[in-house]
Design a protein around this ligand. Structure first.
Ligand code: SF4
Ligand code: SF4
Length: 470
């Protein structure tokens, strides 16, 4: 069944029918200041999403997640699998940031920046409106019997939906496979890249299913963030709510004029705030988990208030304390704790990237097998110098060794050229005459990075057979 959300005067939200099944919603069109701002924000976010794969930072895209090679390029920095702990801190910074924003401004993320809302309200719904008309026309079309017109409109809409989903899926893949490479793969057909093709088709199907059919169910049934609202919000959090003290008792002004009612509040019970709601709830029943904070009901009600010559803001952004006429507080302990945790996690990443992070990794490892080799009159130790280039581009390294005079050094590769995130093991042989050996000694291996002009010295221990005291 399809409905244009309307106040049903029950506790049941409009997205559910009496049997608990889904009512397909056709939220009414709305105009107003919040819609204008949301459209600007959506446009900026969508343009960012479309532009990001084309923005390069050196030789690599600004965001390139090479899962197969376990290499990640983010904002001019190269990361490999060993840096995964930084991702944990980054995610923690984002999660605490989101918790902070929610605690402060409610579901502003859901209504203004979540990809689900941005693409549904910024791309798919406008396409639907353009092809099938406003909510009343769409609902009539849903309920009309199948005929040539309905079939044609549905085929055109789904064709465009699939094309847009296909494009969005390929844009998502462009974060994993750079655009020039992806373009070549697409032009050459799926035969040589079956796995990537399956990913592209799977993503397309998922995006199409979500935006063409599943829609608000993702927010009200699937999304875990929505379920967490009640623990993240407090009475001072900014939410979208209905001013009951001003709006009630709701009713038509006509009733007062006709003497049927001594007084009515500002709410004329037109039901427009419910009809525009993309999740089909009645915000007049109080804050609800299904509210995604899109502000459509504010715009709708402000418009109504203008027509009945009452001040706007019957539905507005305010805190529960604000709606009750209490004192508002911006700085609260939970806000400061969430904010501090987010800043601390982000700061840890920043400190590592900006100061501690070395543009290369170097480790001196012992060669496989026995600790030392006795070869005639000489004792030989074998090492391996393991180097990882963490520059976003290629880099050249120089190896120098400092060792006691009795040590004979054999270094087959004194200079190294490594591509970005390439790792290489180069052998190093240290030997000494048995006659000159008086116990283990240290060698200092210095790796100099010509690109960053940074160097690192690692100490290795030459170990020979036990020395008998003379
Ligand atoms: S839009 Fe405003 S006036 Fe109309 S029902 Fe909603 S709260 Fe009442
Ligand atoms: S109640 Fe208002 S803010 Fe919440 S989802 Fe519905 S229209 Fe958007």
């Amino acid at each position: 069944m399809s409905v244009s959300p309307a106040a049903n005067n029950t506790d049941r939200p409009e997205f559910l029918n009496a049997r608990g099944g889904r009512n397909k919603l056709h939220p009414a069109d709305v105009h107003g200041r919040f819609l204008r701002w949301r459209r600007i924000v959506y446009a900026v976010l969508i343009l960012h999403y479309l532009a990001l794969p084309f923005i390069k930072n050196g030789a690599h895209p600004a965001i390139h997640l090479d899962i197969e090679a376990r290499r990640f390029y983010l904002a001019g920095q190269a990361f490999n699998a060993q840096d995964v702990w930084l991702i944990v801190f980054l995610l923690a910074a984002f999660a605490f940031g989101l918790v902070f924003v929610t605690s402060w401004a409610g579901r502003v993320w859901c209504g203004w920046a979540c990809p689900q809302t941005v693409f549904l309200e910024g791309v798919y719904r406008p396409i639907e409106r353009w092809i099938e008309g406003n909510s009343t026309q769409r609902q009539r079309l849903d309920e009309s019997p199948w005929g040539v017109r309905k079939l044609a409109l549905r085929v055109i809409k789904q064709f465009i939906y699939v094309a847009v989903s296909l494009a969005l899926a390929h844009w998502a893949l462009a974060f994993f496979v750079p655009v020039p490479q992806l373009t070549q793969i697409v032009l050459h057909g799926p035969a040589g890249h079956a796995t990537l093709f399956k990913w592209a088709m799977g993503l397309t199907a998922l995006i199409w299913f979500n935006f063409a059919w599943f829609r608000e169910q993702l927010c009200v049934i699937v999304c875990p963030y929505g379920r967490l609202q009640s623990v993240l919000l407090d009475k001072q959090s900014l939410i979208i709510g209905y001013d009951e003290s001003r709006g009630e008792p709701r009713g038509k002004k006509l009733k007062v004029l006709q003497g049927d009612s001594p007084r009515v509040g500002d709410c004329i019970d037109c039901g427009l705030c419910v009809r525009v709601c993309p999740t089909g709830i009645d915000i007049r029943q109080g804050p609800q988990m299904e509210c995604i904070g899109c502000a459509q009901c504010i715009d709708a009600c402000d418009d109504v208030m203008k027509h009945v010559e009452r001040p706007r803001g019957l539905i507005r952004y305010d805190s529960l304390v604000g709606f009750e006429g209490g004192e508002k507080k911006v700085l609260r302990p939970r806000l400061m704790i969430y904010g501090s945790l987010s800043v601390a996690a982000a700061f840890a990443v920043f400190i590592d990237v900006a100061t501690l992070r070395s543009p290369f990794e170097a480790n001196l490892l012992r060669g496989h097998g026995t600790t030392y080799v006795l070869d005639g009159n000489s004792i030989r130790d074998q090492f391996e110098l393991h180097v990882v280039n963490k520059h976003v581009g290629p880099a050249d390294f120089e190896i120098s060794i400092k060792a006691p005079p009795e040590a004979i050094i054999v270094l087959p590769q004194p200079t190294l050229h490594l591509e970005s995130l390439q790792d290489l093991r180069t052998p190093l042989f240290v030997s000494t005459d048995r006659a000159n050996y008086h116990g283990s000694f240290d060698i200092e291996v210095t790796l100099s990075d010509r690109t960053s002009e940074r160097s690192r010295t690692i100490v290795g221990h030459f170990i020979g057979p036990p020395v008998t005291p003379r």
